[in-house]
Design a protein around this ligand. Structure first.
Ligand code: PGA
Length: 261
C-alpha cells in the first residue's frame, strides 16, 4: 500500500478531496463510499469547497455508506444515514436519490445486509472508498478478528468502540447501540481504490500495525495489504510509530505528479 505522510488533518483532507475530484472529472457518476466519524470531515469540507468553487462538478456523483447503527429510529441525528446526508450529500448538493446505505431499521437485519451487498454490485461497485480507522484497527465496523473475507453483516461493537463513539451520544455510552451493519472486509476490498485517512497520536499504533504489521484479522485494517490500490494518508502524529516513515516520505516526494493518489 502507499503511505502518504502529510503535515496535518487539513492537508490530508485536501489531498484526498483532490483524488475524489480527479475521479469525478474522469467519471462524473462515480460511486463514492463514504465513512463517518471525525476523521473524514476535512475531506468533505475540502471537496465541498472544490464543488462550490467550480473546480469540479459533483452533480452526478453517487454516494454510499460504509456502515450503519442497528436500531436507531429513522431520522435519528446520529444514524449514519443522517450523518452522511448532513456532512456529504447536502453540502455537495446531491439529490437524495444519489445516496444509499444499509437499512439499520430493518426487521430482518440479515436480509438488509445481503440486500446492501447486492445494491453495491448493481450500482457497478464502489470506485473510491474513504475509510477511517478505529483505535483498535477496525475499518467500517469490522472489529478485531472479523473475517478478512466477510461480507456486509451485523456486528457487535467492542466496548472500546462504544467508548470512542459516546462523544456523539452526549458522552453517554448507554445510548451507543451495541449492534451495527457494516460492509464486510471482503466487500470493502472490492472497491477500486481504497483511501484510509488517520490523524492524531491515538491512531499511531493502529496505523503502524496496519501498514507494517502482519496481515492479521486481529488488525482488520491490515487487510488493505491485499488490495492492489490502497492509499493510507496520515498526519505526522498518526505516522509517529511507523518504522519506515522516512522511506514513505521520500517515495511520495519523488512520485510523478501525474500519478495522483
Ligand atoms: P474517528 O472514527 O474518525 O471518529 O476516529 C474512525 C473509525 O472508527 O473508523
Amino acid at each position: 500500500m502507499e503511505v502518504v505522510i502529510v503535515p496535518d488533518a487539513t492537508a490530508g483532507g485536501e489531498i484526498i478531496a483532490e483524488a475524489v475530484a480527479g475521479l469525478l472529472r474522469r467519471k462524473p457518476d462515480a460511486l463514492l463510499g463514504v465513512a463517518t466519524g471525525s476523521t473524514p470531515l476535512p475531506i468533505y469540507t475540502a471537496l465541498t469547497a472544490k464543488v462550490s468553487g467550480g473546480e469540479v462538478d459533483a452533480s452526478r456523483a453517487r454516494v454510499c455508506q460504509l456502515d450503519e447503527y442497528v436500531g436507531l429510529p429513522a431520522g435519528h441525528p446520529e444514524s449514519y444515514r443522517s450523518v452522511v446526508l448532513r456532512q456529504v450529500v447536502e453540502p455537495l448538493g446531491l439529490p437524495g436519490t444519489s445516496f444509499f446505505g444499509p437499512d439499520g431499521t430493518a426487521e430482518d437485519v440479515q436480509a438488509a445486509c445481503e440486500e446492501y451487498d447486492r445494491a453495491l454490485a448493481a450500482a457497478g461497485g464502489v470506485d473510491l472508498q474513504i475509510l477511517g480507522i478505529g483505535t483498535d484497527g477496525h475499518i467500517g465496523f469490522n472489529e478485531p478478528c472479523s473475517s478478512l473475507r466477510s461480507r456486509t453483516r451485523i456486528k457487535t461493537l467492542t466496548e472500546q468502540t462504544r467508548v470512542d463513539n459516546a462523544r456523539f451520544f452526549d458522552d453517554d455510552i448507554d445510548q451507543v447501540p451495541h449492534h451495527v451493519i457494516t460492509q464486510g472486509i471482503g466487500t470493502i476490498l472490492e472497491a477500486r481504490h481504497v483511501v484510509l485517512l488517520a490523524t492524531g497520536e491515538g491512531k499511531a499504533e493502529a496505523v503502524a500495525q496496519t501498514v507494517e504489521g502482519p496481515l492479521a484479522a486481529l488488525v482488520p485494517a491490515s487487510a488493505l495489504q491485499l488490495h492492489p490500490h490502497a492509499t493510507v494518508v496520515v498526519d505526522e502524529a498518526a505516522a509517529s510509530k511507523l518504522k519506515l516513515g522516512d522511506y514513505f516520505r521520500a517515495t511520495y516526494a519523488a512520485k510523478p505528479e501525474w500519478q495522483g493518489l
